[in-house]
Design a binder for this molecule. Structure first.
Ligand code: ADP
Ligand code: BMX
Ligand code: ZN
Length: 289
């Protein structure tokens, strides 16, 4: 039977039915209600109710540390200040179905590894999106960790003099490279702008916008070098709306090429583009249920 897959990010929630062969249907997307648990559960209910009688189980990929069915934000700012949410209980009260939950970066890593499984044993998936998330495949296994923490590469250090990260540590990769960070340092009038708008400005020749995008790509390349030298990866895979944006991959690769060869992990774009999280969590749930 089919799965209902949800992918809860800091900016958007995607939902779709996923067949046993991984095919998506009935894909929907809404804006993530931020900072308010009641609004978040109402949004989830709207997505789940139409499908709860026609699916076998529900598979949830979500931003945040996912442990024992709870979402705990490492960086609450990514969810408008929402620090903690009982995700499994919330969904269970809407649908009496088996539910599997993992972190969004972990889920996407699993889908992308399945797409490459003949070519690799050890891989890192990176999403550059509202935050910077990730998932590690080690010896063909997805690392989740005892507490769901594994793969949170957005909170490795990039710049000790950098901005304070929402997680409480200064200069994390996320505080420089994420979509939120890219938008936060640029203004039009008094207002900060979205990362999507910064990319538009960069494409139209705005020097400051280009520098902000380059700093993001530089921080990602530095993180890739650190993880590669620690784990000896076969490949790294880039996703998220910033990661997939036109020209971004090339900028990360250009920074990799300034580093000694040993640090340059091969880097490619996510095969499943925006759907890695949905597909990955559905595949993962089928293996674990
Ligand atoms: P989520 O974090 O919910 O998974 P996304 O992967 O869409 O969502 O990431 C959201 C971030 O990506 C926001 O900062 C947004 O401004 C930025 N973004 C969205 N579209 C684009 C685009 N076409 N180019 C660059 N950045 C984008
Ligand atoms: C943050 C963290 C990660 C998440 C990553 C990407 C929170 C709420 N999230 O580092 O768990 O995987 O962002 O998330 O602390 P996204 O919303 O950008 O997809
Ligand atoms: Zn951090």
């Amino acid at each position: 039977g089919k799965a209902l897959a949800l992918d809860i990010g800091g900016t958007k929630i995607a939902a779709a039915l996923v067949a046993e062969d991984g095919q998506l249907s009935d894909r929907q997307q809404i804006i993530t209600p931020r900072g308010d648990a009641t609004q978040l559960s109402a949004a989830l209910e709207k997505l789940i109710t139409p499908f709860r009688d026609s699916v076998e189980f529900i598979a949830v990929a979500s931003t945040g540390i996912i442990n024992n069915g709870r979402l705990t934000a490492l960086n609450p700012a990514n969810l408008g200040g929402l620090a903690d949410f009982p995700l499994q209980d919330c969904i269970q009260s809407m649908a009496h179905l088996p539910i599997i939950l993992i972190n969004d970066g972990q889920a996407a890593a699993w889908a992308e590894y399945q797409a490459l499984r003949d070519e690799c044993n050890n891989a890192l998936f990176v999403t550059v999106s509202t935050g910077v998330g990730g998932g590690i495949i080690w010896n063909k296994k997805l690392l989740i960790g005892q507490n769901g923490l594994a793969g949170h590469i957005g909170h490795t250090a990039f710049d000790p003099q950098g901005p304070m990260c929402g997680c409480g540590r200064r200069g994390c990769v996320e505080s420089v490279a994420s979509g939120s960070a890219i938008g936060a340092v640029m203004h039009e009038g008094k207002k900060t702008i979205s990362a999507a708008r910064v990319f538009e400005l960069a494409h139209s020749g705005d020097i400051q916008a280009q520098q902000v995008v380059n700093q993001s790509a530089t921080a990602i390349a530095s993180m890739l070098a650190d993880i590669h030298i620690a784990l000896d990866l076969d490949v790294a895979i880039l996703g998220g709306s910033v990661g997939l944006a036109e020209g971004y991959l090339e900028k990360v690769i250009a920074t990799q090429q300034t580093l000694p060869n040993v640090y340059r992990v091969p880097l490619k774009l996510a095969h499943h583009r925006q759907d890695s999280g949905l597909i990955g969590v559905a595949l993962w749930a089928r293996e674990t249920l």
